[in-house]
Design a protein. Sequence first.
Length: 378
Amino acid sequence: MTLPEGRRTEICGVSGASVAVKVLLVSGTLPPHVCGVGDYTGRLTGALSDEGLDVEVLTTSGPVTAVQSGVRIRARVDGWTPLHVREVAREIRAVNPDLVHLQYPTVEYGAGLLPQMLVSIRRPFAVTIHEASIAHVLRKVSLYPFLMLADRVISTTRFEANFMSRMYPPVRDRLSVIPVGSNVPAAATHTRDRSIVYFGLIAPNKGLEDFLRLAELAQKAGASWRFTVIGQTQPRRLAYAEGLRNASHHLSIEWLPGLPDWEVADRLARAGAVYLPFPDGASLRRGSLVAALVNGAPVITMRGPATPKDIAEDEHIVAFAGSPESAFERAGKILSDSTLADELSWGARRYGGNFSWPGIAERHVKLYEEMLGARKQR
């Protein structure tokens, strides 16, 4: 595979190289299995392939969705405990990549420690750590092999990067920040309706209870708003999702699991408001927030320690509400004031421009080249 026209051809410090860098991405989960990191990995794989890299993905045994034509997927790992280290090592040797890039954590890894063992492979090794600050204490401890031994550590937000730097200060010299991209495309601009939408995984600690409370407040007040929940449910969360639906049967809420990406984008672009009451506050590691911004949705969310300063201080990107009662007031103003809604929509799309997949892929390419160049000089 050769690099696209106009693409820089100096790879690993060898001028005029015509063979693309071969990258093995490792992710315990890929679509159709429900996992935010797995979805991210699939989209990153396609974006890197578009940049001209030779990309292959190693994942858990079982059916997976084709990421992109020409991208090879090796769904051959039966488990992620040390007992499976030989089969993973065999797969890595078969691919013979220039570098290995692990995505962590994923649903399929569970508490398995095989991902941590991969830092000892004799190849340049990068790891993207998608969550650290909110992880369980044992999960935090499990991050230390990555922080201490990986050639490069990637964080998806500056807040998370700072947290990992406090965990292990020497990692600062090997730490990069590359944001997540939207997990749905950007739809065309639409006339907004009077719907209030939630989008994201149907799971605990996502703020869905607050969303239902907002729907209840609106119903009691006689507000003519429509409420829609868009999202998938992991198999282990089916009872939780069913409990929410049963508890809200008296409310006018449309539950839409499994929508295609284009329809999710269309509904976000048409929404009168998107309510994302994350208990820990708005953070750019949340793909659902990024998707809403990219699609120009007037977003109502909560402040938290990880909320970026530029969002927290700019009233034209999102609207903040610390409770469903406050969100009810915010939603009323947004749905009745077209000027306010337009300002939030424009601000969201403008800010969402920071999260294009081509840009994210380009930053990865640059990091890979730096890694391989540094390894070659040793």
